[in-house]
Design a binder for this molecule. Structure first.
Ligand code: FAD
Length: 468
């Protein structure tokens, strides 16, 4: 497992969990920054196959990582020995229609969930801005969307099934093993393999989307009010410009008119929406970052042009369609979760440092928010949160930009997103999460040999003594 330079052997393991030849199976994450070459890469088709793979790895003294969509920017899912993907364990296990709770196989991809929930008239409560992730990967890294009235995925988990190093599963919920359930809702795959996830869903809803350009200072002055007033509010600031692109989404029942001026929002033609998402959000961005990478001096003008191209628009569509935008332009990302009130000052500091250092940054900052939740390792645990994300095109070196911005975000009490680039270790994290030690104790009890981990997760949870 490495960032950029892993080497090794891989035997491909088929759907039955049997070793099926000597093909190398290299793993690369979405951005291409993380590489791994496990000696075994398995895609079990049943819980029994998975159990066999887990117990064999334990007997062989191997370490095992589960990988979902590989959308984490860090090596959190990468493994040198055994990697397992649960794509074949996908779909609905059971539906409690009265309670609106749905139990899914853990490998279910978020993009498949709307169709699975459609017959029940249900939807996920909130979503991030892409949907290829696996359900287990999304909850395990505290993946979130935006909206002060809503938590991230982990806050909506009502039950989990967890497989330990002995291949046995335990069913966890607020009533069955509540302490383990509590801590396992965000676990980065170090407590065992999650095989099923039960989520509290909500009745299907539409979103009315409003996209508008606003002034940087004016927006930051009233940021708290803007975020509190909307169901879902986020904004993008293109460095070197005075403007931000705001996105405000309002929830409405399907068939119900929006309040006030939002009543004018018509259901948007699917193809027009797609065209906007592909051409405006991806096509224009690609040109901007490619030109910017070759001629950095042009970035400020390109960013100003990008801002002026974005026009105000309002449209309506099913919630999952509005939340999600395909990301065709590859980048590396760092995101921190700040105490809500600290967000605006931190953003201003980042702007100052970009100008003072003379960096040219083509990717916008992305700012979102979330309700406090009670999940011990959720990045929003115990506090309303403002998320601040910085990105760099994959052809550009992110090291200095991220290092300096990280210092600012840490000074404001930020917690790093578990699936995005950061340099925090267990000593830093212990001070950021009130129940961090409880989590480490549970990890040591459930997996004393630290089979479910790698060097990266060892550094996060203070595991010593494993060779890889
Ligand atoms: C383009 C892009 C957009 C993104 N947008 C957002 C966003 O809007 N909001 C946000 O919060 N994040 C976002 N992310 C980050 C992403 O949601 C998280 O990194 C998420 O974990 C990715 O899910 P995955 O299935 O790819 O998990 P992976 O990266 O494959 O794995 C993540 C972790 O989950 C563990 N894991 C996976 N499956 C299991 C299992 N069955 N049992 C136990 N552990 C398991 C892995 O071992 C690993 O530790 C984005 C990432 C990208 C690349």
């Amino acid at each position: 497992m490495s960032a950029r330079n892993g080497i090794g052997r891989a035997r491909r393991v088929g759907r039955t969990g049997q070793v099926g030849g000597s093909n190398r199976q290299a793993f690369r994450n979405w951005s291409g920054h993380v590489h791994a070459h496990p000696h075994t890469f398995a895609s079990p088709a049943s819980a029994e196959d998975l159990s066999e793979i887990v117990t064999r790895a334990a007997a062989d003294g191997d370490r095992l990582r589960i990988v979902g969509a590989g959308h984490s920017f860090t090596p959190v899912a990468a493994g040198d020995d055994v990697m397992v993907n649960l794509d074949a364990l996908s779909g609905i296990v059971a539906v409690d229609e009265a309670g609106q709770r749905v139990r899914f196989h853990a490998g279910t991809r978020l993009r498949d969930i709307p169709a699975l929930l459609e017959p029940y008239g249900l939807a996920l409560t909130n979503q991030g801005d892409v949907n290829p992730q696996s359900l287990a990967g999304a909850i395990s890294t505290s993946t979130h969307g935006t909206g002060l009235g809503f938590t991230g995925f982990a806050g909506t988990v009502t039950g989990l099934t967890l497989m330990g190093p002995d291949g046995q599963v335990r069913n966890l919920s607020a009533t069955t093993e509540p302490e383990t359930f509590d801590l396992a809702r965000v676990s980065l795959g170090v407590l065992g393999v999650i095989t099923e996830v039960e989520l509290q869903c909500v009745p299907a809803f539409d979103l009315i989307a409003e996209e508008k350009v606003a002034g940087f200072d004016e927006l930051l002055d009233g940021l708290e009010e803007r975020m509190r007033a909307a169901d879902h509010f986020e904004f993008y600031w293109f460095p070197h410009t005075e403007k931000v692109l705001t996105k405000t989404n309002t929830r409405v029942d399907p068939g119900q008119a929006g309040p006030g001026r939002l009543a004018e929002a018509g259901v948007r033609n699917r193809w027009l929406t797609l065209l906007d998402k592909e051409v405006v959000e991806n096509g224009a961005l690609r040109v901007a970052v490619e030109v910017g990478a070759k001629v950095p001096g042009m970035v400020p003008s390109i960013n100003r042009l990008a801002q002026s191209v974005v026009s105000d628009r309002m449209y309506r569509a099913p919630g999952y369609d509005v939340f999600v935008t395909p990301r065709r332009v590859r980048f590396n990302e760092m995101e921190y979760a700040l105490p809500f009130a600290a967000g605006a000052a931190a953003i201003r500091e980042i702007r100052e440092v970009i100008e003072a250092k003379g960096w040219v940054i083509s990717f916008p900052l992305e700012v979102r928010c979330a309700a406090a939740d009670d999940v011990p390792l959720s990045t929003a645990t115990g506090r309303e949160t403002m998320y601040i994300a910085v990105h760099r095109f994959i052809k550009e070196d992110f090291a200095e930009y991220f290092r300096v911005v990280e210092q600012i975000l840490c000074r404001h009490g930020g917690r790093p997103h578990w699936g995005k680039i950061h340099t925090r270790t267990s000593a830093d994290l212990a001070g950021l999460y009130p129940r961090f030690d409880d989590f480490c104790e549970l990890r040591a009890r459930l997996d004393p040999e630290a089979m479910f981990g790698n060097r990266f997760t060892d550094s996060l949870f203070g595991v010593r003594g494993r060779s890889v």
